[in-house]
Design a protein around this ligand. Structure first.
Ligand SMILES: [Zn+2]
Length: 168
């Protein structure tokens, strides 16, 4: 079993990030093609190994910043992200700077929003990281129906799923 909110699966190599200091988070920032400036819109959120801890230390596990991972507008250390938690989540939803942003802008597709919510659920909800691997199994073998609503964010249900299916 993973230690909740301390150990994660790397989105690049699939191996376990053993502790927060061995991990990094990264995402893409969309560029406005007219002005060539970076926009506030982020997507493609990943939890990855910090380069020195990658099983492939020459290349690292970063999918977007291939040379050196630095803390900035497209990445943050896993430790920092975990300590910010909800603060970081809220700042991504509305950083207060983009006053002109329209919430009905179609720029966040349902698929990207789902990735974003999954990324933050991994960082702030105990057992989510490991349980999500077993959602399909749990639906078939434990619940006999599709999981949805609050169930997939409820740590007591997630813990039950991990205890039942974790093989580690
Ligand atoms: Zn990795």
């Amino acid at each position: 079993m993973l230690i909740p909110l301390k150990q994660f699966y790397c989105d690049t190599c699939g191996q376990i990030i053993e502790s927060p200091n061995e991990g990094y988070t990264e995402w893409k920032r969309e560029v406005n093609l007219d002005t060539n400036e970076m926009t506030a819109f982020c997507s493609g959120f990943k939890i990855i190994h910090n380069k020195p801890y990658s099983p492939n230390p020459d290349k690292g596990c970063s999918q977007y910043l291939h040379d050196e991972i630095i803390e900035g507008s497209m990445s943050k250390s896993l430790e920092r992200m975990l300590s910010l938690g909800l603060i970081s989540l809220l700042s991504f939803l509305d950083d207060g700077k983009s006053k002109q942003r329209q919430y009905n802008d179609p720029e966040i597709s349902a698929r990207e929003m789902r990735d974003f919510v999954a990324f933050f659920s991994r960082l702030i909800i105990p057992y989510y990281e490991e349980a999500r691997k077993y959602f399909l199994k749990a639906e078939t073998e434990l619940f006999y129906r599709e999981l949805g609503g609050e169930e997939i964010y409820d740590p007591s249900i997630l813990e039950k799923i991990v205890q039942k299916f974790s093989i580690r």
